[in-house]
Design a binder for this molecule. Structure first.
Ligand code: HEM
Length: 376
């Protein structure tokens, strides 16, 4: 599309809906920066998808209530980030769940994901939720309904069960993880704390994907791995770089709340969709010399930060509030795993010899522990 149409946005009509696909970094930046002014994150299709399991979450809240719910999200997440108890709880969760992964010399997506789901439950709902596989199952069932947007009927019984389980962790005499912050953060009836928590639980599920791919990238790059073992900032940059290469949020989407004017003379009415596809912007070789290489340095020297079209955790007023929790969890877990030298044993194209592929199947990646493990 960019080749055919140049940098101007492209107007599309699908299923009676008008949408603008952005093709320039400046337009993407504008959409992100003007969120809350002429754009809302409460895009119609996203609301339809998320309403299956997290109606009322801040991301899909239109109008004035959004600011109030965002303040609640910030206060609860900050309450945790500021607490030594929370950092200790995260460390314990990650170390304990990572330990079995270091045994046996083989690592598969299934084992990795199982351990990660326990970590996520412990961080979001507290240690009491460690083995609550039902809560994960409920989320996953409702999320797959969400893939059908408004075409799938609402399964209210499952959603009530999910919300009731969540509530139980908040109401424990001594709640743990983010549930503790929810019970400690004042909320009006309008806030709907359980719906906010559902978003945290749902969003965290993207972290294992990028962490597993980060391990895949490091496995074929001994010099990068050696640095990642001792330099926490660099390891976080590696995770961000995996998110740049294969973003888990494929499109940043807004609906217009006012008439907007665009390069090329487009005028878009209020109520239209605006779409920035992250896989395109993150790999745009016209602008990024490092587009298809693994180059964590871009997250350390300011190049990636300065470019708003590189936005795995979004940018601007709707930027992800869980970014720090995700990056610190990822760094803790990868530090544990990097006690071994891992070698990929399944077919893959993650090595440094050629440009990295546009998509990567994390589910088929298998690893074997190499010499370092044998020595240890
Ligand atoms: C790898 C994991 C995650 C990724 C890649 C991610 C990415 C994102 C992105 C791209 C957005 C903004 C979407 C937009 O601009 O339309 C977002 C919003 C948000 N994220 Fe995350 N997220 C992750 C995990 C988390 C976690 C664990 C939490 C909470 C603990 C969280 C809390 C939020 C909240 C509250 C918002 C809504 C912000 C708003 O609408 O004002 N995220 N996230």
């Amino acid at each position: 599309m960019r080749e055919r149409h140049g940098p101007g946005p492209v107007l599309v009509n699908a299923f009676g809906r008008t949408g603008l696909i952005l093709l320039s970094a400046d337009d993407a930046r504008r959409m992100l920066a003007e969120t809350g002014v002429s754009f809302t994150t409460a895009n119609r299709e996203k609301m339809a998808a998320l309403s299956h399991f997290e109606p009322d979450a801040v991301l899909v809240t239109p109008g004035a209530a959004k600011a109030e719910r965002r303040r609640f999200n910030e206060a609860a997440i900050d309450h945790c980030a500021a607490g030594q108890w929370f950092r200790e709880a995260c460390r314990a969760a990650v170390e304990e769940e990572a330990r079995p992964l270091l045994v046996g010399g083989q690592l598969t997506w299934k084992r990795f994901r199982g351990a990660y789901q326990r970590i996520v439950r412990r961080i979001v709902f507290g240690d009491a939720a460690r083995d609550d596989e039902r809560i994960t199952e409920l989320r996953d069932k409702l999320r797959s309904d969400g893939n059908w947007f408004m075409l799938h009927r609402k399964r209210h019984r499952l959603r009530n069960e999910l919300f009731a389980r969540c509530r139980r962790y908040i109401d424990l005499p001594e709640p743990g993880g983010l549930a503790r912050a929810v019970s400690a953060t004042p909320a009006t009836a309008e806030i709907k704390p359980v719906a906010q928590m559902q978003h945290w639980f749902f969003a965290f599920d993207a972290a294992p994907v990028s962490d597993y791919l980060t391990l895949g990238l490091l496995a074929g790059r001994p010099e990068h791995s050696a640095r990642a073992r001792t330099d926490r900032a660099y390891l976080r940059a590696c995770v961000l770089e995996a998110q740049r290469l294969w973003p888990t949020t494929l499109a940043l989407v807004r609906d217009t709340t006012a008439e907007t004017h665009w390069p090329g003379g487009w005028t878009l009415p209020a109520g239209a969709a605006v779409i920035a596809c992250t896989p395109f912007f993150h790999r745009d070789a016209r602008r990024l010399p490092y587009a298809d290489r693994f180059e964590p340095e871009v997250w350390l020297d300011g190049r990636a930060e300065a470019d708003w079209s590189i936005a795995p955790f979004s940018r601007g007023p709707a930027q992800c509030l869980g970014k720090e929790i995700v990056l610190s969890t990822s760094a803790l877990l990868l530090t544990e795993l990097l006690r071994h030298d891992w070698r990929i044993t399944s077919p893959n194209r993650l090595g440094p010899e050629r440009p990295l592929p546009r998509t990567a199947d994390h589910t088929s990646l298998r690893f074997a522990a190499g010499d370092r493990a044998a020595r240890g």
